[in-house]
Design a protein around this ligand. Structure first.
Ligand code: SF4
Ligand code: SF4
Length: 271
């Protein structure tokens, strides 16, 4: 083979190798960029610092300055890094690792320069004086997995109950007879969604391998009654009916009969 031919083949190989490398870098760049875009979006499962506004507003307001993270004396808060699968640079916490210790002076909140953490939402006015109140924080809601909570097996465990800073309000123990043994009681944790702050101290304290009680963001953990159901025994609750829209009854074939027509007949029930 002529020397000039060899040079031409060698140049072609270099060119093809360069193209392959560029393709690889482009693909890698594409993957990194896609990963970045995924992490830049708001994440439904992220837990934010106390007093954080709704997630969509939080993503707009938080400038990722990290002042809340620096102010936290327990190192509860972190700013999301690549790979954390949270919106990059935004503050979050993982209760099983470091829960929020519910500081009464809430140092993480007043330092926020943008209102992403809303001081008013964790404040109250007592005798005309404005004061912070961490019990008003709603970082999330603790949810119990009754299948993996050993208290629901009948084993005595009150780790989450004792860890709760608002004991006997946010978490209560419910006593029930253990029919299986006939001589013991179940003492099971019940979370009150109206007072749970989502601090995660219960999740941290849970003795099971993976916590049987865990904090979820409010948007995910809470239901919504709507305005159709009212507590007739609570004064003022009837006012919610005023917001109900028109006809709120579900009509089925069974609606044609009165309840007493079908409730006493199994055959009718399952038609
Ligand atoms: S209340 Fe205290 S422990 Fe909780 S995030 Fe704020 S500074 Fe940290
Ligand atoms: S202080 Fe406010 S703006 Fe800064 S990172 Fe924390 S939440 Fe975001």
């Amino acid at each position: 083979m002529e020397t000039t031919d060899k040079i031409a083949i060698s140049d072609r190989r270099k060119f093809l190798a360069l193209m392959a490398q560029s393709g690889g870098f482009m693909a890698l760049g594409g993957m990194v960029w896609t990963g970045y875009l995924e992490e830049a979006k708001s994440a439904p499962l992220v837990l934010r610092p106390p007093a954080a506004v709704l997630e969509k507003d939080f993503m707009r307001l938080c400038i990722k300055c990290g002042q809340c993270v620096v102010a936290c004396p327990y190192h509860t808060l972190s700013l999301a890094k690549p790979g954390d699968t949270k919106p990059l640079g935004t503050p979050f916490f993982i209760p099983r690792e470091v829960p929020c210790h519910m500081c009464t002076d809430i140092p993480c909140v007043p330092v926020c320069p943008t209102g992403a953490l809303d001081e008013k939402s964790v404040s109250k006015i007592t005798e005309g004086v404005f004061e912070l109140d961490i019990t008003k924080a709603r970082m999330g809601l603790a949810v119990v997995d009754v299948q993996s909570c050993i208290a629901f097996w009948g084993i005595q465990c009150d780790a989450c109950y004792r860890a709760c800073p608002i004991m006997d309000s946010a978490i209560k123990l419910e006593y029930r007879r253990n029919e299986r043994t006939g001589k013991h009681a179940y003492l099971t944790p019940i979370v009150n969604s109206l007072t749970c702050t989502g601090c995660g101290l219960c999740e941290r304290a849970c003795v099971t391998e993976k916590a049987a009680i865990h904090v979820l963001p409010l948007e995910i953990a809470t239901g919504n009654i709507g305005s159709h159901y009212i507590k007739g025994w609570e004064q003022g609750d009837e006012q919610r009916l005023e917001k109900a829209s028109g006809d709120v009854t579900t009509h089925t074939k069974r609606s044609e009969k009165s309840a007493t027509d079908y409730l006493n007949s199994n055959e009718e029930m399952f038609k």
